[in-house]
Design a protein around this ligand. Structure first.
Ligand code: NAD
Length: 448
């Protein structure tokens, strides 16, 4: 029997559905705090890997927590087991039209509904996946009621509990969130989930926001849309700066970010945002605006500005090389950001596609993401074992991801290039060291 009943609201056992970046980090952290956690996924291979103590993607701190968690209160399997709380962290990928594909959420809701049929006692479902406003109260609610023949919220509690973690710092973010947003279909479930989080975050300074499910869902989208807007905003300033001799967008961003009302985060100019969240969430948001016939021009501009970053970087290379046709081009970095092997919607992909269209010969290096890139680009590009090997004999080099090992590079590191056209797409290099390299360019740096 689970420890939870409507009268004694205490969550002790938790099932996490979907052991991807979000679900696995959540499961490991909750288990490390002493909750009994069951990880459930439809991908048997992934479960085998996780069950043997290995993380199927690169996330160093999750890796270090996983073995410990498995030894303590975490187990994984293909069957759902009775729990007090069910956290849904399945994927919500983009459709072609930008709206999100809710197939995984639907299947997980069906599985939960069926699972609840044979159970007694009150259980709560928390939707952690990023879903468009109305999904928790709509598709999830209906499906669980239909499959379980029970009533939400009388028999089954429901909350929307969006996740704000960042890949690469998933554990740190899970353990120290700025806020915990609990959108509740019923007050009792909200109380129970807040109590569980307060226990989990004992001694950690964080803020709790209790609201409706629709507000919680909208908070997640609005947050990511705002951060993406900051990125595209500073990139617009970067394009202006790179045409103003002596201007440096880094300095401008620092000065702007010193204003407390603005803040310094997400004001780093460069090749724009990528990854599994921002592009998908901005597109999803635009599609919701359109569906409700609300003007989406601001977010459309954010997205278009982001997509144009690659053309701006190529423009800088062409200034020195003319057409890139037949040129050997080195890419430093493939992952969408440092400290991850994730290449979903990475800027590197858009750059590779453009370079291949132009007829360039591309060679790429990344400390972690080469294997993932190989699965997408196969033999269309070449892969180097090191930055040194990538740049050797190249006509042009784009710094695409600001890995630490690239930040440390000096003009000497590029000595073996055929033509020393270096495009710093992340303003990651110490450009004072490159002052004498005439063919050095950085996005947002107006050359005197
Ligand atoms: P992911 O694609 O890495 O993982 C999803 C997992 O769900 C996979 O392991 C898949 O096998 C599993 N799954 C699919 N259908 C299932 C089902 N019916 N039952 C059980 N498991 C199932 O996704 P992710 O990156 O962890 O993201 C999960 C959600 O969280 C998404 O909605 C995403 O937008 C959101 N989110 C992601 C991040 C991030 O940084 N990755 C941050 C915040 C929010």
């Amino acid at each position: 029997m689970p420890a939870f009943s409507r009268d004694r609201l205490s969550i002790k056992s938790i099932s996490v559905l979907g052991l991807g970046h979000v679900g696995l980090a959540t499961a490991c952290c909750l288990a490390s705090a002493g909750f009994t956690v069951h990880g459930f996924d439809v991908d048997k291979k992934k479960l085998e890997v996780i069950g043997s103590g290995r993380v199927p993607f690169r996330e160093a701190r999750v890796q270090s927590l996983l073995r410990n968690a498995l030894r303590r209160t975490l187990d994984v399997g293909v069957e759902l087991i009775p729990s007090d709380l069910y956290v849904v962290a399945v994927g919500t990928p983009s459709r072609r039209d930008g709206s999100i594909e809710l197939g995984q959420v639907l299947k997980a809701s069906k599985a939960l509904g069926t699972h609840f049929t044979g159970l007694t006692g009150f259980r709560i479902v928390a939707i952690k996946s990023t879903v468009t406003p109305g999904t928790t109260d709509g598709l999830v609610w209906r499906t669980i009621e239909k499959e379980s023949r029970k009533r939400v919220p009388e028999d089954i509690g429901l909350v929307a509990n969006p996740e704000f973690l960042r890949e690469g710092s998933a554990v740190e973010d899970t353990l120290h969130p700025d806020r915990v947003v609990i959108g509740e279909a019923d007050r009792g479930s909200g109380d129970a989930v807040e109590k569980m989080y307060r226990e989990f975050y004992e001694g950690v300074k964080t803020t709790y926001l209790r609201t409706s499910t629709i507000n919680a869902e909208l908070i997640k989208y609005a947050s990511n849309a705002f951060l993406a807007t900051k990125v595209s905003f500073i990139n617009t300033i970067a394009d202006l700066a790179s045409r103003l001799p002596g201007a440096d967008v880094n300095v401008v961003a620092r000065g702007v970010g010193m204003d407390k009302r603005i803040g310094p985060d997400f004001l780093r100019a460069g090749l724009g945002y990528g990854g599994s969240c921002f592009p998908k969430d901005v597109k999803a948001m635009i599609s919701v605006f359109r569906k409700l016939r609300v003007n989406a021009r601001l977010l459309q501009a954010v997205e278009e500005t982001n997509l144009e970053r690659v053309a701006e970087a190529v423009r800088l290379a062409e200034k020195h090389l003319g057409s890139l046709k037949g040129k050997r081009v080195a890419l430093l970095g493939l992952s969408f950001k440092p400290d991850t092997d994730d290449i979903r919607e990475a800027v590197s992909g858009r750059l590779i596609d453009k370079l291949l269209r132009e007829g360039s010969r591309v060679i790429a290096y990344d400390p972690l993401a080469v294997e993932n890139a190989r699965k997408v680009y196969h033999r269309k590009i070449r892969y180097a074992q090191s930055a040194r090997e990538a740049v050797k004999g190249a006509d042009c080099c784009f710094l695409v991801t600001e890995w630490d090992e690239f930040r440390r590079m000096s003009p000497l590191s590029f000595e073996s290039m055929r033509r020393k056209v270096i495009i710093d797409g992340r303003l990651a290099l110490d450009h004072s060291k490159f002052a004498d390299v005439e063919t050095f360019e950085a996005v947002g740096l107006g050359k005197p």
